[in-house]
Write a protein that binds this ligand. Sequence first.
Ligand SMILES: O=C(O)c1ccc[n+]([C@@H]2O[C@H](COP(=O)([O-])O)[C@@H](O)[C@H]2O)c1
Ligand SMILES: Cc1cc2nc[nH]c2cc1C
Length: 336
Amino acid sequence: MMTQFTDVSEFQNAFIAAAGQDAASRQGASQRNAQLTKPPGALGRLEDLAIWYAGWRGTDRPRIAAPQVIVFAGNHGVAAQGVSAFPPEVTVQMVANFRAGGAAINQLAKLFGAQISVHALDLDRPTEDFTTAPAMDKAELLAALQVGWDAVDPASDVLITGEMGIGNTTPAAAMCCALWGGDIAGWVGRGTGVDDAGLARKLDAVTKGLALHQGRDPMEVLRCLGGREIAAMTGAIARARLLRIPVILDGFICCAAASVLAKLLPTGLDHCVAGHVSAETAHPALLHHLGQEPLLSLGLRLGEGSGAALALGVLQGAIACHSGMATFAEAGVAAG
Ligand SMILES: O=C(O)c1ccc[n+]([C@@H]2O[C@H](COP(=O)([O-])O)[C@@H](O)[C@H]2O)c1
Ligand SMILES: Cc1cc2nc[nH]c2cc1C
């Protein structure tokens, strides 16, 4: 069923109404886990991952057959403030690179058998600079949410949302501060590698943005301080919940997008797991607010879904063991 949203509140209501995990499948997976040929708990967090995944997929013995990676790209008015180490034209250039298969995410998606799609959102029309105006109007926000919503393949069985957008750690920092509170400076990091002067400009921009846009309604925070690729990720992660497709969260920007959903509904990210903790300064704090323990910590700060794609390998390992292993009874091994 295709849903065409005519108002942001419709999106919000659709998300909030989504069902949760299937308790019986979760319970069945837990029982199966207890019978597998290993000492109890010996597969550590892989066991929790498999049970979680089973609950969302509605079967006690799931497979991963169709992972999907979606990369959303957007440009940001605030980039004109000199908040990135790279020029904005890199966004469109990297989109071409994604489409040609030359980026890191292409290699990782191929390695783990994921389909990859790329959605460029009005790259020639950056969002407004949030230090002087709302980043998006209501129609632009709705359009970006819809792109994300529609981009999810209902036949997929795990989703990774990646992003590309020069300057986007600045809106992500502003959104995080608006949604989660705390010191502004604590949310501002070096992104692609800005120097001290760039970092000071970034802090200044976020400070101005927060002073100008003081509402704390999650969808308004996304509209005033976010960006199109960020909103598209919010839309995709929301749709995945309705489709019971588990999501592996990527880095700082992806988690900022997901934060909107966590604020709409406290259990709204139960279908998500943090793939990694990125090197962006505030990502550990953000994961803490989300109640998420990352699967990997590799010092990545690339975005594109790259850390989440690596964590897909971990999830695949968890499911291969859970669904493929023999039970004590099947293997004739003494259960101890
Ligand atoms: O995923 C992350 O945690 C992450 C941390 C730092 C930078 N990035 C990527 O770098 C770009 C944003 O950095 P910046 O410095 O332009 O704000 C954007 O394209 C992101 O995908 C991503
Ligand atoms: C080259 C480059 C690649 C990226 N991929 C995601 N964000 C990026 C930012 C830059 C600058």
